[in-house]
Design a binder for this molecule. Sequence first.
Ligand code: SF4
Length: 176
Amino acid sequence: MGVIREVSVCIGDPEKLRVIGKVDETLDEELLPLLARVLKGGFVKTQNFVTFRMGMSFITVYPDGHVGMTMVEDENEALKILEYVEEKIRYVKENGDKIRAKNTPVKVNVLEIYKLLPKTNCGMCGEKTCMAFALKLTTGSKELSECKPLMLEGKYIRQRESLISLLTSMGIDVYL
Ligand code: SF4
């Protein structure tokens, strides 16, 4: 059963909570990409965590069972998320081979990436437009962290989390 370890105000929305919890189930690192697939989220290889979205909340799952949650309504919601994550970890541990067998290649969609960028064409990434930056993300010649407004401005927190999930689910590595 999941437990709540820490509660604070969410940076992206002061009316919501940022919660750190822990579930009993842990996961071998090699199973993290499978968990990402089951949760329809992304696996951030460089930092070894899985991220996914559930309703308004952005959730990060670590192999040792720690779970970070942002944009959470209250502690009850956080406990429900922990229960859900624990159930999915259990499922992945029991059905790893079945999930691997269902592996289907994901199409890279530049427009979907572009829609989640700030779309201000500020040029800080070295590209003239956000669309050009989106295209370079798909070829690996740019990294998401080069879009400073997206990384640093609180108003883009949801887009940032969604982009991490989207890119990793497309098989594009994210280095934060
Ligand atoms: S830094 Fe971000 S917002 Fe600015 S042009 Fe590049 S992708 Fe667009």
